[in-house]
Design a protein around this ligand. Structure first.
Ligand SMILES: N[C@@H](CCC(=O)N[C@@H](CS)C(=O)NCC(=O)O)C(=O)O
Length: 241
């Protein structure tokens, strides 16, 4: 399969799932066209041809070069960020987004699965639903345990890190500026716990993510992130704090 086929990436500025794909596109040095949706929800009718669920991210691969809002029936339509990352790792093997060693490959997928199955919902529950913070603290502690003493999830940067990067960095940002549905008291506790020595390895990991060129290139500014996420009804602090 030729890595130089046409690629069109459908995204929106705020989207962490889409940022996963954006990071990988940068890591593999792909040539791609970006189609950016301006707001959450309300995708146009033509987009059903690309993603029947009208979600972002999506990628079209191959077929003729056409305007992004007139997708060709000849291109392959790819959806679901985790599957797209695997696809890009396969099509651009020289980028080493998945290690060659089968044990490390399995570990990369385990890390990603762990995040998906045990951390993601705790993040949403604590930050968007104001659930008790113990869940996210315990989940992050376990995620931290999966990390090697230094470096990325399986040593070198891989799809494991790309899967978690947009979420852990948003979590840090939200905490830094107090954006979340949690009460002020729970916010302060969370800041204290995650700032303690116990979480120094996770903090180092998040700061290493921030330093990755592909991450930097795909992260809109902190100010813009805050502006976009402030609009999210779930992140507003409950009145009865
Ligand atoms: N499981 C999907 C989740 C995609 C998803 O939920 N995308 C959100 C944006 S982060 C979305 O498209 N929401 C509807 C919208 O923005 O119109 C994936 O991994 O790609």
């Amino acid at each position: 399969m030729a890595p130089n086929e046409q690629l069109t990436f459908y995204t929106a500025e705020y989207s962490p799932f889409a940022q996963r794909v954006h990071i990988a596109l940068e890591d593999v040095h792909a040539k791609y066209t970006i189609h950016q949706f301006e707001q959450r929800g309300g995708k146009p009718e033509w987009y059903i041809e690309v993603n029947p669920f009208r979600k972002i991210p999506a990628l079209t691969f191959g077929g003729p070069a056409v305007p992004a809002d007139q997708p060709s029936s000849e291109s392959v339509k790819l959806i679901e960020s985790a599957a797209i990352l695997e696809f890009l790792a396969d099509v651009f093997p020289e980028a080493n987004l998945l290690p060659a060693n089968p044990i490390l490959r399995a570990k990369a997928r385990i890390f990603a699965e762990f995040y998906r199955n045990y951390v993601h919902d705790e993040f949403k529950d604590a930050f968007f639903l104001a659930n008790p913070i113990e869940g996210i603290v315990a989940a992050l502690e376990k995620l931290q345990r999966l990390l090697p003493p230094s470096g990325f999830a399986v040593g070198e940067w891989s799809i494991a890190d790309i899967m978690v990067a947009p979420f852990l960095t948003r979590m840090s940002l939200f905490l830094r500026v107090g954006l979340g549905a949690y009460t002020k008291e729970n916010w302060a506790r969370l800041v204290e716990i995650l700032g303690s020595d116990k979480f120094s390895r996770l903090r180092r990991y998040i700061s290493d993510i921030h330093e990755r060129p592909s991450f930097k290139r795909t992260w809109i500014s902190d100010e813009r992130q805050i502006e976009l996420w402030k609009e999210h009804p779930g992140l507003r602090r409950k009145a009865n704090e």
